[in-house]
Design a protein around this ligand. Structure first.
Ligand code: NAD
Length: 268
C-alpha cells in the first residue's frame, strides 16, 4: 500500500514519546513537518518534552479510558490524526519460574493491551481520515530470539506483531486507506533499563531491571533513538509492513527459522 511521505499539516500521536525510541520518532516526525502529540505516563518526562515545544498529554496506556480520553482530546484540539505510534513499553527481566501473575499482567498490560487500547480508541477515526492514515506498533527483535528471562516481554512482542499483520490485512481487504507497520528495534540506547520506574507503586514481584548493555557489549550493535526514528519514517514512506533497525541481524533471524524448517515437514 502507498505510504505517507509528506508530513506538513499532518498530526501524529506517539505513546511513550517522552523517552527513548518514542522521542526519536517524535523528533523525526517534527523535523519532517508533522505536529506531534506525546502521550506518556511519566509526568516529569512530559514536562521536559513540553519544554521542547511538544504537546504532552498524560496517558496511561494500560487504562482504556485514559487512551480513549487521549483520542477525544487530540481530535478536539487538532480535528485529525494521521499517525498513531503505539510505542510505550517496558522491558524488565525475570525467570518464568519466579514470576508472579502480577508480573505477567503488568508487562502484558503495557506492551500488549497498551497497543490494543490505542488501536481500539483511534482506529475508526483513522479510517475516516480522508487523507489516509498510518499505525506503527513497536515490537522487538527479541520476538525472534526469545532471550531467557523475558517470557512476558517476548510474548507481548510476538502478539504485537501478530495483531499488526492481521490488522494490516483486514484494512487492505476492506480497501481502507490505513497502513500498519510493525517496528522491530534491536539495541537502542534508551531508558528501558530502568523500566520499573513505570511500575505502579506497591506492586511487588520478581521482575528486576536489567541493562542489556551488560550482555551486548559490542558498540557497533547499538544505535541512537534518532536513527530508529528516521528508519520508522522511511518505512512509512515506503508503505512497508515491517521496520527493522538492525539489518545485520538477518542471519540470526534466518537461523531461528531454520528450526521451524527442520521440523515442519518431519511428522506429516
Ligand atoms: N531500547 C531497546 O533496545 C528496545 C529494543 C526493542 C524494543 N524496544 C521497545 O521500544 C519501545 C520504547 O522503549 P524505549 O527503549 O524507548 O524505553 P524508554 O523507557 O526510554 O521509553 C519508554 C516510554 O514508555 C513510557 N511508558 C511506560 N509505561 C507506560 C504506560 N503504562 N503508559 C504510558 N507510557 C508508558 C515511559 O514513561 C517511557 O517514556 C518499547 O515498546 C520497547 O519494548 C526497545
Amino acid at each position: 500500500m502507498e505510504g505517507i511521505s509528506e508530513w506538513d499539516g499532518r498530526v501524529a500521536v506517539v505513546t511513550g514519546g517522552a523517552s527513548g525510541i518514542g522521542r526519536g520518532i517524535s523528533d523525526a516526525l517534527t523535523q519532517a513537518g508533522a505536529t506531534v502529540v506525546v502521550a506518556d505516563r511519566d509526568v516529569a518526562a512530559l514536562e521536559r518534552v513540553r519544554a521542547d515545544g511538544y504537546t504532552g498529554i498524560e496517558t496511561d496506556v494500560t487504562d482504556a479510558k485514559s487512551v480513549e480520553d487521549l483520542a477525544t482530546q487530540v481530535f478536539a484540539d487538532y480535528g485529525r490524526v494521521d499517525l498513531l505510534v503505539n510505542n510505550a513499553g517496558v522491558g524488565p527481566k525475570g525467570l518464568t519460574v519466579d514470576l508472579t501473575l502480577e508480573d505477567w499482567r503488568w508487562v502484558l498490560e503495557v506492551n500488549l493491551m497498551g497497543v490494543i487500547h490505542g488501536i481500539h480508541a483511534f482506529l475508526p477515526r483513522l479510517i475516516a481520515n480522508p487523507d489516509g492514515a498510518w499505525i506503527v506498533n513497536t515490537a522487538s527483535m527479541s520476538r525472534f530470539f526469545t532471550p531467557p528471562g523475558y517470557a512476558p516481554y517476548v510474548a507481548s512482542k510476538a502478539a504485537v506483531e501478530g495483531l499488526s499483520l492481521t490488522l494490516a490485512g483486514e484494512l487492505a481487504a476492506a480497501k481502507h486507506d490505513v497502513g500498519v507497520t510493525v517496528l522491530h528495534p534491536g539495541a537502542v540506547r534508551t531508558n528501558i533499563k530502568d523500566s520499573l520506574r513505570n511500575r505502579p507503586a506497591g506492586a511487588g514481584g520478581a521482575l528486576v531491571d536489567f541493562d542489556i548493555a551488560q550482555k551486548i557489549q559490542d558498540e557497533d550493535l547499538w544505535i541512537e533513538p534518532a536513527e530508529a526514528g528516521a528508519i520508522v519514517l522511511r518505512a512509512i514512506a515506503a508503505g512497508d509492513p515491517y521496520a527493522f533497525t538492525h539489518p545485520g541481524m538477518v542471519g540470526d533471524v534466518e537461523a531461528s527459522f531454520s528450526a521451524v524448517r527442520a521440523t515442519m515437514t518431519k511428522y506429516a
